[in-house]
Write a protein that binds this ligand. Sequence first.
Ligand SMILES: C[S@@+](CC[C@H](N)C(=O)[O-])C[C@H]1O[C@@H](n2cnc3c(N)ncnc32)[C@H](O)[C@@H]1O
Length: 231
Amino acid sequence: MISLESYIGTPTLELIIADCKSRKTFAKASERNEEWIGLFFGLHGGSYAYSRGVLRRVSRDLPPGNFLDLGSGAGTIVIEMASESWNSYGIDFCHNCYELGNENIKLVEKEKYIKKKSAKIAHGNFFPKEFVLSRTDKKEDSFREDIETHLHTCQNKNPYQKLHLKIKEIDLFYHYQVERKDNILRLFAQQAKPEARLFFVKSFDDAYTLPPNIEKESELDSTFFLYRKRE
Ligand SMILES: C[S@@+](CC[C@H](N)C(=O)[O-])C[C@H]1O[C@@H](n2cnc3c(N)ncnc32)[C@H](O)[C@@H]1O
């Protein structure tokens, strides 16, 4: 059992913050084709250093394996986990993000921050074709319109095939919330392998049902949730 609570309080919180400060930031926050990407808000907003710090701590209690960022934005999280010796993957349905993420990967490979080929990002929808999304009113589904627009642009892509990766092979999933929690939990419940973990960073309040084969392993600050898929 991994306890997120053990990461708060002295001296652990100080360690996380010190660790975050000592890390380089590679994400290029920029505008591309008139779309803002790599900022701290909006559909493509990047995870905060604190989220990255907590993720690093959690991942160090697990044997490194395959990591997937469900919606990888500027690629910072994918890069971070590659630097932690995970085979690190990202999928994003925004072509601008896909390009920016790959530029950032090339940059950090050149700087030898990560090993070549340890981080990969593909363009497309992280929900497989057969997955049925549940939608609700705007208040509970804050990014719905933006999401639907982007989904239209990559209907025929199969990002898992591009990455040579099956959902069943992923050990740790990450999602910085723009999608309904209900959809992310159902994807995890239906398609992940037993003992896989999902690290979920909440950004809005929405209703969800915890599927019976999913256990909440830990919760921190009502923002960070760690889930485990049961046998
Ligand atoms: C809030 S950003 C998080 C970026 C990055 N994971 C991070 O934490 O820094 C969410 C990303 O998910 C992407 N996204 C949302 N739904 C998606 C889907 N169904 N398939 C692929 N990408 C998606 C968006 O384009 C966006 O870049």
